[in-house]
Ligand binder design. Structure first.
Ligand SMILES: Nc1nc2c(ncn2[C@@H]2O[C@H](COP(=O)(O)OP(=O)(O)O)[C@@H](O)[C@H]2O)c(=O)[nH]1
Ligand SMILES: [Mg+2]
Length: 245
């Protein structure tokens, strides 16, 4: 069994620790020391195989440090997190992603773009469309909106990155990037969407009640389905309608 090192990156206060702790321990910590940088372990079954995940919850991304270079080097997959309530946090991801690609020296690094705090509809300043736009600019990096608070799309973002890592490994073992072409998705055990470089149009979920859908369709934008009230649900419907056009 292999260790899969995942790194959670993003500006301070976007919810990296809340997402990580929610994923690993299934609890929502409202107050978490913003200076703590810690790693967590979790075993997880994906497609009937158990994976040992080591997740590094980073802190203080303002400066480039030798330490950061090290953990980016050792990381296999990356969660790039912004908050939908903080425009600056999305802008900071541009430089962070470039850093990751530079250090990994590859344009095919397993990663997901994560817009957290999607439950805060009234404080939202970044629309779903802007998230999609960023993801498209990045070569269709899978994009999710999450809520650590509601535990919405939390497992999905981590599973998506792991699936991308597995897919890269299979391709590396085969005869290059076309190796997957000889195998059906069933044979590879992979049912996730193509990663960066294999563009697939974003489709908002047609059936918000079908949450299992997400795992088989990373790259799919998943606005939150746990409507707290009717107003939010109406807003979401409008948003979905807009995306569909
Ligand atoms: N409403 C809401 N608040 C969140 C969410 N995730 C994090 N927060 C809040 O944002 C604060 C900062 O989160 P934290 O995980 O410490 O951010 P980090 O600096 O990126 O690790 C937390 O104390 C929470 O109050 C979320 O999904 N929804
Ligand atoms: Mg933190």
């Amino acid at each position: 069994m292999r260790d899969y090192k995942l790194v959670v990156l993003g500006a301070g206060g976007v919810g990296k620790s809340c997402l990580t702790v929610q994923f690993v321990q299934g609890v929502y910590l409202d107050t978490y020391d913003p200076t703590i940088e810690d790693s967590y372990r979790k075993s997880m079954e994906i497609d009937n195989k158990v994976f040992d995940l080591e997740i590094l919850d980073t802190a203080g991304v303002a400066q480039f440090t030798a330490m950061r270079e090290l953990y980016i080097k050792s990381g296999l997959g990356f969660l790039l997190v912004y908050s939908v309530t903080d425009r600056q946090s999305l802008e900071e991801l541009i430089e962070l992603r470039e850093q990751v690609l530079r250090i990994k020296d590859s344009s095919r690094v397993p990663m997901v773009l994560v817009g957290n705090k999607a439950d805060l509809e009234d404080e939202r300043v970044i629309s779903v469309e802007e998230g999609i736009e960023m993801s498209s600019k990045w070569g269709k990096v899978p994009f999710y909106e999450t809520s650590a608070l509601l535990r919405s799309n939390v497992d999905e973002v981590f599973v998506d990155v792991v699936r991308q890592i597995i897919r890269n490994e299979i391709e590396a073992q085969g005869s290059g990037p076309t190796a997957m072409g000889h195998m059906s998705r069933r044979e590879t055990g992979l049912t996730s969407s193509p990663g960066p470089g294999s563009p697939k149009g974003f489709q908002p979920s047609q059936d918000p009640s079908n949450t299992s859908n997400t795992l088989d369709n990373p790259g799919v934008v998943r606005p939150l389905s746990q409507g707290k009230n009717k107003k939010q649900e109406t807003k979401r419907k409008k948003r979905r309608a807009r995306i569909r056009v």
